[in-house]
Design a binder for this molecule. Structure first.
Ligand SMILES: *Cc1c(COP(=O)(O)O)cnc(C)c1O
Length: 384
């Protein structure tokens, strides 16, 4: 058994990130300013988006996107239940109704067909989730509602570096990225909305900072012009220059990170293949580049004879950390109790919610670490 605990995730922070933060701290300007603007431009160029807005979190991005789109009472928001809770929470907080669609059993993503079946006259927004670094099939979803007053906003929290049909996620439409420490690049906490909708972006720039009408960075004054006025009530979701300085360095390293993630994932796939109790995810059938945000397996609980939670505990005993992405949102306390959600409504989501487990995956891991995880899995299963 390995000696040191292997966490399921660890951000790669090097001397360059530390030097960049030191420089900002010493500069006399530490909140939103030149570094944030530079990070927005670099990120937009990376994904091929016309506009990018840097924010304090991905969740904050979803909040102001919902506000800008005017999503509220009477509106339906289509989303998977196999996702992080933030989108669903914010839709509910906005007074809208989340409408859950089931995911494909083996990709964990919504399909154009299941989404199309959930669209009604009240649908205002569809939020497909690019899962674990794989690309959801968003083009046909967008085409399916073209000409109707229905927005499509991609949850791209897992998709920094993901591409679909030769185009990076974020290049077209509106996508929300996250730079939480477990994501493919981090800014400590942070997020980015990329969009090709200039009017929406203008609104987001206001809403992210008190609803002020001016966003120009004033070189002499630093930050906003003092004369800026409130155009509408806004929030405070701006990204600091401290965070943006980290992001700029991380973005330069993202291709190296993702290449390493892909190597580790390939090694996992190969080593896990002979283990009958482990059910892999399937790659979607369309051409796409995976960014390997997470390496998720499903435990065949019937063959193994114990639960997924037990599996995670057994790996922890063997000094291997794991994650759970995600416990189905519709089965969580509030949604089950307040919205009358119950088991049986989303069979594929529920089946996965009971079996999924994220194995350690981060760029600084070694191939030996992967082998030790696989050995621990074999032992955990053999222990009966
Ligand atoms: C991390 C995550 C978010 C939220 O991002 P934050 O930056 O943590 O607010 C949203 N959706 C999914 C699927 C995520 O994994």
């Amino acid at each position: 058994m390995r000696e040191a605990f292997l966490p399921f995730c660890k951000p790669s922070i090097g001397d360059a990130e530390i030097a960049a933060v030191r420089e900002v701290l010493r500069s006399g300007w530490i909140t939103t300013g030149a570094r944030s603007a530079e990070f927005e431009a670099a990120f937009a160029a990376h994904v091929g988006a016309p506009h990018a807005v840097a924010l304090a979190s991905g969740t904050g991005g979803m909040h102001i996107v919902l506000k800008a789109l005017g999503v509220g009472p009477g509106d339906e928001v289509i989303t998977p239940s196999m996702t992080w809770v933030s989108t669903v929470n914010l839709a509910v907080l906005a007074g809208a109704t989340p409408v859950f669609v089931d995911v494909d059993r083996d990709t964990l993503m919504v399909t154009p067909e299941t989404v199309a079946r959930a669209v009604t006259d009240r649908t205002r927004l569809i939020v497909p989730v690019h899962f674990a670094g794989a690309a959801a099939d968003v083009d046909p979803i967008r085409d399916g509602v073209a000409g109707r007053p229905i927005a499509v906003v991609e949850d791209a929290a897992h998709a920094v570096g993901t591409a679909c049909r030769g185009r990076r996620i974020g290049a077209v439409g509106t996508s929300i990225f996250s730079f939480h420490p477990i994501k493919n690049i981090t800014t400590g906490e942070g997020g980015m909305v990329c969009s090709d909708d200039a009017a929406l972006v203008e609104r987001l720039r206001r809403l992210k900072f008190h609803g002020l009408g001016v966003d120009a960075h004033d070189r002499q004054m630093q930050g906003r012009a003092p004369q800026a006025e409130v155009v509408e009530p806004g929030y405070k979701y701006n990204m600091t220059d401290i965070a943006a300085a980290i992001g700029l360095v991380q973005l330069r390293r993202v291709e190296t990170f993702n290449r390493r993630r892909a190597e580790l994932a390939a090694r996992y796939r190969e080593r896990l293949e002979p283990i009958d109790e482990i059910i892999p995810l399937r790659d979607p059938p369309y051409p796409a580049t995976h960014s390997w945000h997470l390496f998720i397996v499903r435990l065949d609980i019937d063959k193994a004879g114990f639960s997924r939670d037990d599996f995670m505990a057994r790996l922890k005993q063997r000094h291997i950390g794991t994650g759970l992405h995600f416990r189905a949102v519709h089965l969580q306390k509030y949604y089950a109790q307040q919205m009358g959600m119950r088991r049986g409504m989303l069979p594929h989501t529920e089946w996965n919610s009971d079996r999924i487990c994220s194995l350690p995956l981060f760029p600084d891991m070694t191939g030996e670490d992967v082998d030790e995880v696989v050995d621990a899995i074999k032992e955990a299963i053999a222990a009966g």
